[in-house]
Every structure is written in C-alpha cells, then in structure tokens.
Unconditional design. Sequence first.
Length: 617
Amino acid sequence: MNFNKEQETAVSHKDGPMMVLAGPGSGKTTVITHRIMRLLEQGVSPSGILVITFTKAAAVEMKERFLSLASGAAMKKEESGRVSFGTFHSVFYQILRLAYGFPAGSVIGEEEKRGFFKEFLAKSSLEVEDEGEFISSVISEISHVKEERLDLRYYYSQNCPEEWFKKLYRGYEEMLHRTGKLDFDDMLVMCYDLFSKRKDILAAWQRKYRYILVDEFQDINRLQYEIVRMLALPENNLFIVGDDDQSIYRFRGAKPEIMLGFEKDYPDAARVLLSYNYRSTREIVSASLRLIGHNKVRFPKELKPSHGAGRPADLRIYENPVREMEAAARELRLYRQAGYAYEDMAVLFRTGLSMGLLAEKLMEYNVPFQMRDVVPSLYSHWIAKDFFAYLSIGAGSRKRSDFFRIMNRPNRYFSRDAFESPEVSLDAVRSFYQDREWMEDRIEDFDADLRTIGRLKPSAAIQYIRKTVGYDEYLKSYADFRRMDVTELTAVADQLSESAEGFQTAAEWMEHARAYEEELKRQSGAREQAAKEGVTLSTMHSAKGLEYRVVFVADANEGIVPHHKASLPADIEEERRLFYVALTRAKERLHILAVRERYHRAQEVSRFVGECLGGKM
C-alpha cells in the first residue's frame, strides 16, 4: 500500500512513545493496522501487542480490518489471532479475573443495574417524574464519583438532594457487594489499586504487553491513563492516536488535557501529524479549519484536502423550526431525485429534542430514515402526558388515572383518597372535603380551570395550563428539587405548544400524537428487522467517526450550539469541537440550518457559523 510521508513515519515507528495526531478522514485506522503488521514483520511477538479502543464496536472493527490485512499478506491466522484487541474495560477485567479469580458473569449488566434503582425508587418516598432519565443521570453521577475517586462525604449531587444521592450510592454499593458483582468503574479502580500494590503482577503484564497502541486517545480519562502508563513501563512503547480537536466527551470524564500534556510526560516522544484529509472537499476542510482555529487550547495543525474543489458550505435561515424541518425534508427528496442514495445523507443535531420534529416531517414526505440515538418521542414525555390529561378532562374525561396525573401539578393538596372512584366526580371530591373549608376554593378553582381548558384550542389551552393554572411554577419547583436547569423542561413544554398550534381540537392533536407514536414504533421495528437504510438522523456526538456525502447541520443557533449551559471558556471550546466534528462528517455537500424564531422568541445564528463561513453568511 502507498502511504504518504506522515503515514509512513507512523507505520514504521517501532520503539519508544509516539503521538499520532490524526485529523478527520486522515486514515488513522489504516495507520494503526499497518503499524501492527510492521511490528510483526520486525519480529515482535503477536501476543506482545495490545490494541485498546473505547468501544466494543471499534475493537471488533479494528480487529477485523487487521485480520483482513494479515490474511492478504499470507500470515497464518494462529499468528495474527494472537494480537490482543479490546476496550479499556475488557482488558482491565481480564487482568482482574486472573488476579482474583472472578467467575463468569461478575460484571453487572445495564438492565440489572437499572433494575436495582427502579426497585429502590419504588420502595422509597422519593418521587421523580421521568424515572428513566433520573436513573440514567444517577448512574452517570455515581460513575463520575468513582472514576474521580471523590469523597462521598463532601460531594454535592447534581441530580437530587445530598441525602438521597448518598442513599442511592450506598444502596448500590451494598447490592454490588452482596451479589459479588462489579461495574465498569470498579474495574478501573481495582486495576489501578492492584498494579499499585502488587508490583509482581504489574511486572508480569508489562512483560506480556511490550507494545501498546491506544486509539481515540483524546477521550481517555485520568484513571485509564495512569493504568496505561504503568502497563507501558519500563520500555514505554506507547503509540497513541487521536485528535485533540475531536475531544467531545468531557461530560463523561474525558480529559483532553492529557493528550495535550503527553509530550511533557514523555519528553522523548515522537510526534507525527496525519495532515491529509481523504474525506472532504477543499471547501469543507477550509470551513472546518477556520472554525477550529478559534480554539486556543489545542495543537496547531495545517490540514490539506486530497480532493479538489467542490461546492461551498452554506447557511440557510428559516422562520421557525417547523419551516426548517419541512425544508430539510424537501431537500433530502431533491438529493434523492438527483441520484444520491438516502443512506449517503445525514442530518445532525446538537441534542435529540428537535430530531422528533424532523422525523414527523420525513414521515409526511415518505422519506425513510434511521436514528442513531434512542430519542424518545416528544409525545411520550411526562410533560406531554400531563397536558394530555388536562385536555382530556377538559373535554369530559372522568378517568381516575387522568386526575391522578395532574391533581397536584401544581400542588393543590389533593389526596388520592379523594379520587377513589374509577369515574371521578368533582361532587364526590367536594363531599370528601366537606369538613375542610379551606379546600373549597381549591376545588372550585380546579373545576373552573378544567371548564376553561375544555373551551380553548389545544395550543391556547396549553398556555392557560402553564401560565394561569401555574404549571410552569410546578416545573420550576421540580427542576429545583432535581437540580436541573428549568429550561430543559420548559423547552419540552414549548415544543408541545408549538406542535399543538396546527390543530383545532384536543382530540385531533392527541390523535396525531398517537398516530406518530405508532408510526415511530413501526419504523423502529422495521429498522431492527432490515439492514440500516434511509437518511441518518443523529446527534453530533453519535455521528463521530462516520461520514456522508451530504450533511445538514440543524439548529445552528446560539443557546443550542453552543449550548446555553456552556459558559466557561473550556465549555465553549468543547462546543466548538463538537461543531467541528459535525462539519467534518461531510464529504461533498454541507448545509448549515438555523431559525429566526423558536417558540415565539427571536433567535441568533450561532457564532460558530460566522467563524466557519467567514464573510460568506
């Protein structure tokens, strides 16, 4: 195979540390697999080579690419098959299993973990609205505490009051101990402690793995790095590949500063920049470089496109998100008519919130699509269920389940016992509270509000529920309890209000929501049965490592990207890296979409658009 000069330098490197800066589309997987082959050709034992990736899928793909290469070079499979490929967790678990004799099934599965927290919440007095989201947040937070080895006594939870987080954390740890299980974070901590205390065991693994290659090194966390550093001693044959400009996982514990400081830790490390982009046109490469050049904390790079000129990236501004997604759906159909396969196109989002709106429009336009992220339907959100319950009661429903949902949203101090009949009568509720005069006004206000809601169109009814009934105040109090940014909840309410605007009656809107949910389930089932096909809808995070001939970057507005939570310079730089990842997925055509107005509020185009397009906006 013909390599460019930088690729050949990386592939032929043998001893000592090396850092390979691999820009987008620069052929890093090719470099890693050929470097393994070169080591074998130089007499290195295949069992002495360890290749570490961050995901199981990446490890499988890397191994398959290498075995295919080795087969083409007529290498015996029993030889090439002895090279070790794995994730950090799988490698560390192998080390722990041999040291401690862990039986099969010692690692707790995701379902088992979530099941514990569901059971814990069911037995506790802690009430949360979105149980799935809360459990995900708590699991992530426990992982952060473990990986950073923080003292729980002084830890301030981001998700719930301290006493509840400590109960959840300690209950989870007790369950692990009782069942003899460990999680991924335990593997890191235990492996670090094992190597720190048992130098004989560390030495044995150092002798086994003399050459270590780490892919996507920009995503490494502190504990992973310290273990790899110990493992690489004393020869330090550590070959790291990554791109600091594509470090987008700080929220998961990744430390981009580790890669930036690699040469301080290894002063004799060689460095090579894979500077050719074999993916994108000159215009796309230039736009992405203009953008990322605004980051201060990075390795300076001059990247060169191997492809010639193409069409310039462009900005398209629409009146509101509905118009934006309608236009995107039309454009995707036009590209299909021009000969592009739907599988060659992607629409990328900063968050999953707007993805559902595009999915609705694609269904209307009969454009097939696939989602890389599990994005719950807007209409299955608990806020949507609250609105549906209010509207149903306003329209005459007397189902007890509807009343249970909203009787204390906002808090009216109603007891569930007051709604004991399957068919609720407010007269019965009045009778229940007949000896408590202070409840009379609450019941009358509740009744009057429900009557008013029943007379309004759905969008106006939602505004009445939020502003007059006091639902927005309820959202604020819930956000305070959960230590959330309330805008995460009001954005859902805003989107529901916007969705309802196109309907005259609550029944029509709820039927639309039901039909959409059914179609989403049907498409999801069909996608699981068949090969992945259709336009890709993805968050920017999930699109990393992928490429498409045509890319639309949606919702390029301030407050979305960069996200409104990004306030510190380091946060803004991470958001810029994320936008850079989105731009560099495009091979031929790149369209950036923005809106003038969202939820009846004026919007600014993202600063990142001006940075990448310059004066061409």
